[in-house]
Design a protein around this ligand. Structure first.
Ligand SMILES: [Ca+2]
Length: 475
């Protein structure tokens, strides 16, 4: 190579290097501006209600886009509940990053993730359902609009309360518009005020598809009950007494559950999910219009799942996969697009995950494990097993393949091979061929109980009868 050409070549190489460095430093500068957080949270939404994740019977165009733009966790769980309103502890765990037997359901004196983000300089705003007492809402968010829940009696008709107006009813929200629309309106209003100077954390908690499942007519018209298939694990009634067969949610349909009534409930449920999806779409459009879309971590999750006919159940007061598993999608800067991860995780892992993704320090009170190493592709999973619990009547543990559910009050258990039986229909607990698996999972369950501070014995001296007579139940 002649000298001149060689010099020119070296000069160009150097220039490319300098430009690459300059580009890197620009990228670093941009990275230093912390990403916003948009947390979209639904209520009682099964993990199998997203079209793009393999349910051809439901329409969820917004969630489908989010699945394409982000990473979906297909094995995300609520850890359970010590009372029938599973929503309450689920949200306490989400907000505190703490485990089931250590949470305060009122979040009294507990550090929540929005508080931590506020301390880190974020503008925090909460919208929608709040199930952990008004005081903790006020302590968690700098501002917001929420509907508070005192009990289980028809709370969905309660009007929104405007915190900034010292809990006076806001006239804007008394027009009879669906609460889901109002929540989205409030979120859109907040996003329209964002100019990018201050990072924000916006939490929007919807009340759908929780019952009463009243979607606007045009959404209900999308679903013909006769065309919806029954869940693969449909039963007309639960085969034994699981300790919670007649709780509020279970009374939403009579016994025996008929295919027709399950299909009608499913149509209402799917209509609510599709309506909710449209409102999520409005919020994401507002985020795009604010210019903040590319610098925002978007989370979509639900507080737990639901039965709606699976195993003869309707509610979430059981530990089957359909009831404790929740949808979970994360999208945003640094998060792989269109990826699915089967890493085991709990919703309470989101607190440290969001901290890691934004560079905010995780407080020592948090027990959750950050999913950031999984999102970065450095680890396959942070956990080897998932433990779930319901009151003093059910305990469960699952690993990659096997699941054990124990019913301490009747001294019975179920063992499922989730690899060949994901619907949890073939109980292998008393099959001697699987005695070793049962013993191994029992030990694993006890180990998890000990680690999590769960005192519940797995057997009782005087068990209740396992048989249950539904004809005695008053509606
Ligand atoms: Ca719920």
């Amino acid at each position: 190579m002649p000298m001149l050409k060689r010099s020119l070549f070296l000069f160009v190489c150097g220039l490319v290097g300098v430009l690459a460095c300059w580009h890197d430093s620009q990228a670093t500068t941009q990275k230093r501006r912390p990403p916003n957080v948009l947390f979209l949270f639904s209520d009682d939404q099964r993990a199998d209600t997203i079209h793009a994740l393999g349910n051809p019977h439901i329409q969820t165009p917004t969630l489908d886009r989010l699945v394409a733009e982000g990473t979906t966790f297909t094995r995300a769980y609520c850890m359970g509940a010590q009372q029938g309103a599973v929503c309450v502890p689920s949200r306490a765990m989400l907000m505190s990053g703490q485990t089931l037997f250590r949470i305060s359901e009122k979040l009294a004196g507990v550090t929540t993730w929005p508080q931590v983000f506020a301390s880190a300089g974020y503008a925090t705003y909460g919208v929608g359902k709040w199930h952990n007492q008004p005081t903790s809402f006020v302590n968690s968010f700098a501002a917001g609009k929420a509907v508070f829940f005192g009990g289980m009696s028809d709370p969905y008709k309660m009007p929104l309360q405007d915190l900034q107006a010292t809990h006076q009813l806001s006239a804007k929200y008394t027009s009879g518009t669906h609460a889901t629309t109002l929540f989205a309106d409030a979120a859109v209003d907040f996003l329209q005020q964002q100019r990018g100077q201050t990072p924000f954390a916006l939490y929007v908690a919807f009340t759908l598809p929780h019952d009463p499942r009243e979607a606007p007519k045009e959404y209900r018209a999308l679903y013909d009950p006769a065309k919806l298939p029954l869940p693969s694990n449909f039963l007309s009634q639960h085969p034994f007494n699981n300790g919670e067969l007649t709780v509020r949610d279970e009374k939403l349909a009579p016994w025996p559950r008929t295919p027709q009534i399950v299909r009608e409930h499913l149509a209402d449920y799917y209509a609510c999910v599709t309506f909710l999806d449209a409102q999520l779409g409005r919020i994401l459009t507002a985020l795009k219009e604010s210019g903040q879309y590319d610098n925002t971590i978007i989370v979509f999750a639900s507080d737990h799942g639901l039965a709606i006919g699976s195993h003869g159940l309707f509610g979430k007061q059981n530990l089957y996969e359909h009831s404790m598993r929740a949808p979970l999608i994360l999208a945003g800067p640094g998060i792989a697009q269109g990826r699915q991860s089967d890493a085991f995780c709990y919703l309470l892992d989101l607190f440290p995950t969001l901290c890691d993704l934004t560079g905010v320090a995780t407080p020592s009170s948090v027990e959750g494990l950050s999913l950031a190493p999984v999102l970065a592709g450095k680890q396959k999973t942070r956990r080897a097993a998932i433990f779930t619990a319901y009151r003093n009547v059910q305990r469960a543990v699952r690993d990659n393949r096997w699941k054990l559910i124990v019913y301490p009050q009747i001294n019975q258990a179920q063992l499922f091979d989730l690899q060949t039986d994901p619907g949890e229909m073939r109980d292998l607990a008393v099959d001697p061929k699987y005695a070793r698996q049962r013993a191994r999972l029992t030990a694993l369950l006890k180990q998890q109980q000990q680690a999590l501070g769960d005192q519940q014995p797995l057997r009782v001296a005087q068990p209740l009868p396992a048989a249950f007579d539904f004809s005695q139940v008053k509606p």
